[in-house]
Design a protein around this ligand. Structure first.
Ligand code: AKG
Ligand code: FE2
Length: 263
């Protein structure tokens, strides 16, 4: 993750504090995954006038804020770019980066996800192509990139924390995401939210709500949320970048009849 001038963006932010407990995630070496399987966006903020021209509505598939138990909206803004979009227009800042930033990010995300899905397939002993086949990249899907801007918020005490993105499991199959902390998970059997430490050079892989169905319940999705970054990190605006992988549009749950989508 380097800027054009070679300055490592990671070190532009205060480090994640050592005194904040974190949940240890399994760290996987992607190069090893590749062998075994054989075979960033800052400065895109345009100002509200231009952003509102591209507002995606509150009842779309993935746009619009979610609410907490009191009905208060999430405090973040995001721009989603669908993997198959060639006709839609976006804000000028997105269009300017479509070929050189967004498209390569989509292609890289697709290949990482395909590698991981293949390995799940082989390691779980599932019939060939079980999770991989429904994710054929040639088929249109709701897979999309998401860039999220979290306005700067002072750190809050755990008792009155106001999440920036409320507790949820992700839609889709696999997602990856910020240099700044703030992501928290609620692992099975835990009663308290646990921070996840962001690590330079690492992406977080999260299972969405489609893989549990496609794997017959073997793979589980996890409840997570985003809160203001802890300690000194709370003095920075937080940006995160996600790629949501979805199965192709023709993939149906066995009990679900094909239906016309309301567009
Ligand atoms: O910003 C993050 O770290 C995660 C965002 C997230 O969970 C989401 O957009 O679904
Ligand atoms: Fe999420």
């Amino acid at each position: 993750m380097t800027q054009a001038d070679g300055k490592d963006l990671w070190y532009a932010y205060p480090p994640f504090p050592e005194d904040v407990p974190t949940y240890p995630l399994l760290v996987v070496d992607y190069q090893l995954l590749l062998t075994r399987s054989k075979r960033g966006l800052k400065n895109h903020d345009t100002g509200d006038d231009e952003k509102m021209k591209f507002e995606q509505g509150d009842d779309g598939m993935s746009a619009g804020g979610s609410t907490d138990a009191t009905g208060a909206l999430d405090t973040v803004e995001f721009i989603n770019v669908n993997k198959d979009d060639v006709h839609r227009t976006y804000t000028s800042t997105v269009n300017a980066r479509m070929d050189f930033t967004i498209q390569p990010f989509v292609l890289k995300s697709l290949s990482i996800n395909e590698t991981i899905l293949d390995i799940f397939n082989a390691r779980l002993g599932l019939p060939e192509g079980t999770p991989a086949k429904p994710h054929n990249r040639e088929e249109h899907s709701y897979s999309e990139t998401r860039t999220i801007k979290h306005p700067m918020k002072p750190e809050q005490s755990p008792a009155d924390i106001k999440a920036a993105i409320e507790a949820h499991i992700d839609f889709g199959s696999l997602v990856r995401s910020s240099r700044l902390g703030g992501l928290q998970i609620l692992p099975p059997t835990y009663n308290d939210w646990q921070y996840v430490r962001p690590n330079s050079g690492h992406a977080i892989c999260n299972i969405g709500d489609a893989l549990p169905i496609l794997s017959g319940g073997i793979l589980r999705s996890n409840l997570h949320r985003v809160v203001p970054p802890p300690r000194a990190q709370s003095k920075s605006e937080r940006w995160s970048l996600v790629y949501f992988t979805h199965p192709g549009n023709s993939v149906r749950q066995p009990w679900q009849k094909p239906q016309t989508l309301k567009l």
